[in-house]
Design a binder for this molecule. Structure first.
Ligand code: NAP
Length: 292
């Protein structure tokens, strides 16, 4: 594709799990890409074709060079809420189109309806975007498959039992690559302005079954043992904010005995079914043995 007349897309969170794949997908589609990095050293992980800008969501004016001349932005909010309004205002001043990585906080399934500060922030940012009149698409993935790396890889690498609360809780993990593919598609293909997409994986799986599937990919059985919520709380102290731990425990508790919410959005948008958790685990097997 001739790139001379296509305005670049600015990808925020460009070194993160979803944004990094969005960068590759946009380049593959022939779209010029700008990447926002927050830590200058993170730029080394980006392809040479990407125009890298250093900027910080907590310092809205730092985004101006990256926004100037861009056509659209992929917005991943990983900062505290205080500067969200000023950042959205700046986006609207410079460009017309935003695709926002949010969450399924409006979905009437108990898993998504527990008290959740992140959901409140996502809802606030959506309201800010709507108020500007920016052409927007909202992408709402459920549980990302890659969460299991942070949660279970340390025990699996050391060949220990995976101990976890609410092993019977069901989720429909979605492959990060499918989330990124949908985001990229909505950024470079017409017809997605006003789109609001809840993205899930293809199957409802208990957390214990997900550990079993990782074991299948590694070729050995991974023992799983139920942990009490209180033990999880005390072991998680200092590793994540208390509100995040409470949110996870409440969501898992509400998901026991409930099939996970599943949508066809990935297949509808991409024309191919979402990857299974088996596929994700097979493709990431070495991350559970050798480390990230
Ligand atoms: N985990 C899930 O199951 C799930 C489900 C639905 C939605 N989400 C949402 O997904 C988002 C996280 O996406 P992710 O997992 O792809 O991110 P991630 O892997 O955690 O990466 C974080 C990214 O944010 C950048 N960043 C951090 N602080 C920044 C700042 N102050 N200014 C600018 N950039 C900053 C980092 O850039 P540097 O490398 O340069 O520091 C990095 O690229 C969150 O909004 C989360 O709520 C997650």
């Amino acid at each position: 594709m001739d790139q001379t007349h296509i305005p670049p897309v600015l990808v925020t969170g460009a070194t993160g799990r979803v944004g990094r794949v969005v960068v590759d997908q946009l380049l593959d589609a022939g779209i010029p890409v700008r990447a926002l990095t927050h830590r200058a050293e993170a730029a080394a992980t980006l392809p040479a074709k990407v125009e890298v800008f250093t900027g910080d969501l907590t310092a809205p004016e730092s985004l101006d060079p990256a926004l100037n001349g861009a056509g659209a932005v992929f917005l991943v909010w990983t900062a505290p809420p205080q500067t969200a309004a000023a950042v959205v205002e700046r986006l609207a001043a410079h460009l017309r189109r935003v695709v926002f990585l949010s969450s399924p906080h409006q979905t009437p399934h108990p898993f998504f309806q527990q008290p959740n500060p992140m959901a409140t922030l996502h809802a606030d940012i959506e309201r800010l975007i709507a108020a500007t009149g920016l052409e927007s698409t909202i992408i709402r993935p459920g549980m990302l498959s890659s969460n299991s790396l942070a949660w279970w890889a340390p025990a699996i690498r050391s060949r220990e039992v995976v101990r976890w609360p609410y092993g019977a809780a069901e989720t429909a993990p979605i492959d990060d690559r499918d989330v990124a593919a949908v985001a990229a598609r909505t950024l470079h293909q017409d017809g997605h302005v006003g789109g609001d997409y809840v993205l899930t994986g293809p199957e409802s799986l208990t957390q214990a079954a997900q550990v079993g599937i990782i074991g299948d990919a590694l070729g050995h059985r991974i023992p799983f043992e139920e942990m009490t919520p209180d033990e999880f709380r005390s072991l998680s102290e200092g590793t994540a904010p208390k509100s995040v731990i409470d949110m996870l425990l409440n969501a898992w508790s509400a998901a026991v005995g409930q099939p996970a919410y599943i949508t066809t959005a990935v297949a509808d948008i991409l024309g191919t079914p979402p990857r299974t958790f088996h596929q994700w685990a097979a493709d990431h097997a070495t991350a559970f043995t050798e480390g990230p």
